[in-house]
Design a protein around this ligand. Structure first.
Ligand code: IMP
Ligand code: MG
Length: 173
């Protein structure tokens, strides 16, 4: 089997419950927009949005910086932009994983030009050892070691997104 379990569905759901409660407490008022980065963060967004006990709007953005390779190309391209204006809103970017930080460094700066009240990041997974660009992350589900992981939205060449657990993909596979 090329897959080794890292985070079980139960652990993921329990942690999302905690983060949702924290976000609910931190954003007592104002307009909250959850900006989901497709495709990897779609399951996290669905569970996190329901763990937030206040109004939250959702929208989607697609970015490509990876292709089918396991290492970042360093290039960021927006392939689907938001439908909504972010003006005066509290924006929470919802991401699956932060690796080099290239994607979110770029994206945070881009969204700040759209005059939101605030921009913060919620990521399910963080590989801090791999950082090339500084990224200020407000909410982290789990810090993980430098391994390539799949499942719960994360893919390798578009495969494994629908696994319920997060698993380490064997590098020789
Ligand atoms: P960064 O720009 O290097 O931080 O890359 C972030 C993006 O790379 C994530 O949104 C993922 O799409 C992808 N990525 C980074 N590490 C992994 C991994 O371990 N598994 C699957 N995708 C990953
Ligand atoms: Mg992604």
């Amino acid at each position: 089997m090329p897959l080794r379990p890292l985070l079980s569905e139960d652990r993921i759901q329990a942690r999302i419950g905690e983060i949702g409660a924290q976000i609910t407490a931190d954003y007592a008022e104002g307009t909250l927009y959850l900006v989901c980065i497709l495709k990897g963060a779609c399951f996290f967004l669905a569970d996190l949005a329901r763990a937030i006990k206040r109004d939250a709007f959702i929208d989607f953005m697609a970015i490509s910086s990876y292709g089918t390779e396991r290492t970042s190309s360093g290039e960021v391209k927006i392939t689907k932009d938001l439908d909504i204006s972010l003006q005066d809103a509290d924006v929470l970017i919802v991401e699956d994983i932060i690796d080099s930080g290239v994607t979110l460094h770029y994206l945070t700066n881009l969204l700040k030009t759209r005059k939101p009240k605030s921009v913060r990041i919620a990521t399910l997974l963080d590989k801090p050892e791999r950082r090339l660009r500084p990224v200020d992350v407000a909410y982290v589900g789990f810090q993980i070691p430098d391994e390539f992981v799949v499942g719960y939205g994360l893919d390798f060449a578009e495969k494994y997104r629908n696994l319920r657990d997060v698993c380490i993909l064997d590098p020789d596979y």
